[in-house]
Design a protein around this ligand. Structure first.
Ligand code: SF4
Length: 419
């Protein structure tokens, strides 16, 4: 009997343009490092990128490199090197895979881009602890290695309602970064340039939101797995016109899919929300599994994390403070649950998958009863999958497949539809 062929993932044509943009991004950084100009700032993924752009820095995001280490599965080899110098296997596996890769002189950039042999050397490292404390430790390690200054913002955590007290506190810390950054860049901050960077970042964010919101249509034109790839410009190029041009192109393609009734998952039967980090080394496998199950993972907290609707060019510091504090990851459980409730309704979700990421408790929300509370309140079923963003030793393919298949069967049973 002929073996059943796995369904093909439907490709997004704009991906080609994105690959070119990403190549330009890394070559520009590599050139700057070799020529010593412009200066390079490392920034956390939800750090003050707009301020850095306005001050003439090229910006490099180590978490993006961490995700590349995960997606290429190089992380599996590099994590133990960081464990060996005292970084626990229980802490952020972006940190451990990235530090381990540095110690081993490895980077996926070498394989992807001819002529690039290393990550770009920082002139300054700028963090925001809004997402976690690990980023500060991570940047401090590199700061010592490169003898580069490490500065940043210490954020509130578990915030119920974002108030003026929070906004004033964070805005003040952003403003305090200006003097040291001016000293490093040798340039004075031009307020008009900052307003422009915030305007461009806000436009990027609005377009990214529009892209993600197309998944509210039935059948959805894109999946969570697509969004993990196409979010790259929103992370590394926000504040630049290039990101805006890219999302206009992507959005047009998705709107054309909607007009033509083209589904990302042929025969879409169920719609799922993914809560938590992606499992970078298993994106393709999981995307294929959901295709087989005719189930679309339509939305996620993760991809939504680069939507910053509070950004306002007329009030750059305060609006950056608000945007980077209103984030899901900064909040307490009640606003998180309210947000998920809105997402479930907007994307017409049948069930939730919580990813219990071993090394990122900050992006893991299934350990304190949230799935159960949501099920009780909204009648929405969920499962929690044990895994990790980068450390595949924490993830079992068989167990995840069994759980997901059983979950879809459960959804079918509830809906009384064909299996
Ligand atoms: S939020 Fe999680 S994945 Fe991201 S840097 Fe912090 S610990 Fe790592």
């Amino acid at each position: 009997m002929a073996e059943k062929k796995s369904p093909e993932i439907r490709k997004i044509a704009a991906a080609q343009a994105m690959r070119r943009l990403m190549a330009d991004h890394f070559y520009e950084l590599d050139r700057a490092m070799k020529e010593g100009h412009p200066k390079i700032a490392w920034c956390t993924s939800v750090g003050p990128a707009e301020l850095l752009r306005a001050m003439g820095f090229l910006v490099y995001f180590p978490e993006n490199h961490g995700a590349m280490l995960g997606a290429t599965r190089m992380a599996t080899d590099t994590i133990p090197a960081a464990n060996a110098i005292g970084y626990s296997p229980e802490i952020c596996s972006y940190l451990t895979s990235d530090v381990g890769a540095f110690l081993q002189g490895r980077t996926p950039l070498k394989d992807a881009y001819e002529g690039i042999t290393s990550i770009p050397r920082p002139d300054v490292l700028v963090y925001n602890t809004n997402q976690c404390r690990d980023v500060q430790d991570w940047f401090s390690w590199y700061g010592e290695r490169f003898r580069a200054p490490v500065i940043g913002v210490d954020c509130y955590r578990g915030v119920e309602t974002v108030t003026d007290v929070h906004v004033d506190g964070i805005a003040g810390q952003f403003e305090a970064l200006v003097a040291p950054l001016e000293e490093i860049s040798g340039e004075k901050l031009d307020p008009q340039r900052l307003r422009e960077a915030v305007r461009l970042s806000r436009r990027c964010s609005d377009l990214w939101k529009e892209v993600l919101d197309t998944a509210a249509v039935r059948p959805s034109p894109l999946t969570f797995f697509d969004s993990t790839i196409h979010m790259a410009p929103a992370v590394v190029m926000r504040g630049l016109q290039t990101a805006i041009d890219y999302y206009e192109e992507l959005l047009a393609e998705l709107k054309a899919r909607i007009a033509d009734g083209v589904a990302a998952v042929a025969g879409e039967r169920f719609r799922i929300y993914w809560e938590g980090m992606p499992i970078w080394g298993r994106l393709r496998d999981l995307a294929t599994l959901f295709l087989e199950l005719e189930t679309c993972v339509v939305a996620s907290t993760y991809a939504n994390s680069w939507i910053f609707t509070a950004l306002d060019p007329d009030e750059p510091f305060r609006s950056m403070a608000r945007a980077y504090t209103e984030l899901f990851i900064v909040r307490s459980d009640p606003p998180k649950e309210k947000y998920l409730e809105e997402m479930i309704e907007f994307f017409q979700v049948d069930g939730l998958i919580f990813h219990d990421a071993k090394t990122c408790s900050y992006n893991t929300n299934c350990r304190h009863g949230m799935p159960q509370r949501l099920e009780e309140r909204l009648g929405i079923p969920s499962i929690s999958i044990a895994g990790d963003l980068n450390d595949l030793r924490c993830y079992s393919d068989e167990q995840a497949r069994t759980q997901i298949e059983a979950f879809v069967e459960q959804l079918a049973g509830r809906a009384g539809v064909r299996q």
